[in-house]
Write a protein that binds this ligand. Structure first.
Ligand code: PEP
Length: 250
C-alpha cells in the first residue's frame, strides 16, 4: 500500500503574538490543500487549544514535546495524557533542538515515545546527524543509534502511529538544505535498516519525511525521491509558502 504523503509544520517558539497565530491559521484555513496529503502543524503549547478550535479539521495538530510521566511535580512540563485529553493527536519527539539545547538523550526520547503511544498519541520522531558526524561518514551510525533506542520500546502495532523525520542537524534553520540525493540516500538506508531491525513490512509502510531548511523553492527535487514521504518544515511553515510545500507533490 502506498505511504500517505505527510507534511508537518514545526512552528517552534513562534509566532510571538496571538494575532500572528490567528493570521497563520487564516492562511491555512483558506488554502487549497491536496486532500491526499496528511498535514499536521505544531504550534507552541500555549496555542494548542485555540489552534484546535480555529483550525480546519482536515489539518491536524501536534505538540512539540511531552513529558514521559502522566502527571506530578514536573514544573513547566506537559504530559501526553494531558495532550490527548485536550484533543491533540500528534507530538514531535526527539527534535534536535530538544536533544542539543535541552539535553534529551535517545533513552529519554524513547521513554517519551512509549508514554505518548500509551496515552494514544501519534509520534513525529526526529533523528539526524551533525555536520561533523556526516563528514566523518557516521550518518547511518547516528540515525540507527537514535532509532534503536526507540525501537527497543516499540511493539509491532505501534508503527502505524510513527512517522520518522530525518532532520540533519546541519540543515535545521541554517538555510543549507540536503540535496535530493543526500536525502534519498539516507532515507533509503534508514528504510533498509528498519527492514532488518524491525520487519520488511514495517520498513515499507513507515513514512520517512525530510526536514531541514525546506522552502517552496527547494522542495520540488526532494519531493520526487522514492523514499521521501514528505517534509517537516520549520521556518517556512510560518509563511504562506508552507501551502506550496504541502502541495509540492500534487
Ligand atoms: C525543524 O525545526 O524541524 C526544521 C526543519 O526547521 P527549518 O525548516 O527551519 O530548518
Amino acid at each position: 500500500m502506498a505511504r500517505q504523503y505527510f507534511v508537518g509544520g514545526n512552528f517552534k517558539m513562534n509566532p510571538t503574538t496571538r494575532e500572528q497565530k490567528r493570521a497563520l491559521i487564516k492562511i491555512l484555513n483558506s488554502a487549497d490543500i491536496d486532500p491526499q496529503t496528511e498535514v499536521v502543524i505544531a504550534p507552541p503549547s500555549l496555542y494548542l487549544i485555540p489552534v484546535l478550535e480555529l483550525l480546519r479539521k482536515d489539518i491536524k495538530v501536534a505538540a512539540q514535546n511531552c513529558h514521559a510521566k502522566a502527571s506530578g511535580a514536573f514544573t513547566g512540563e506537559i504530559s501526553a495524557v494531558q495532550l490527548v485529553d485536550a484533543g491533540v493527536p500528534y507530538v514531535i519527539l526527539g527534535h534536535s533542538e530538544r536533544r542539543s539545547l535541552f539535553h534529551e538523550t535517545s533513552e529519554i526520547v524513547a521513554a517519551k515515545t512509549r508514554a505518548a503511544l500509551d496515552a494514544g498519541l501519534k509520534i513525529i520522531l526526529c533523528v539526524g546527524e551533525t555536520l561533523e558526524e556526516r563528514e566523518g561518514g557516521k550518518t547511518q551510525d547516528v540515525v540507527q543509534a537514535q532509532l534503536k533506542a526507540v525501537i527497543a520500546v516499540l511493539k509491532p502495532e505501534d508503527w502505524s502511529r510513527i512517522v520518522i523525520a530525518y532532520e540533519p542537524v546541519w540543515a535545521i534553520g541554517t538555510g543549507k538544505v540536503a540535496t535530493a540525493a543526500q536525502a534519498q540516500e539516507t532515507h533509503a538506508e534508514t528504510r533498509t535498516f528498519l527492514a532488518s531491525a524491525v520487519s520488511p513490512a514495517i520498513a515499507e509502510s513507515t513514512r520517512i519525511i525530510y526536514g531541514g531548511s525546506v522552502t517552496a523553492s527547494n522542495c520540488n527535487n526532494i519531493t520526487c525521491q522514492a523514499d521521501v514521504d514528505g517534509f517537516l518544515v520549520g521556518g517556512a511553515s510560518l509563511k504562506p509558502e508552507f501551502v506550496d510545500i504541502i502541495n509540492a507533490r500534487r
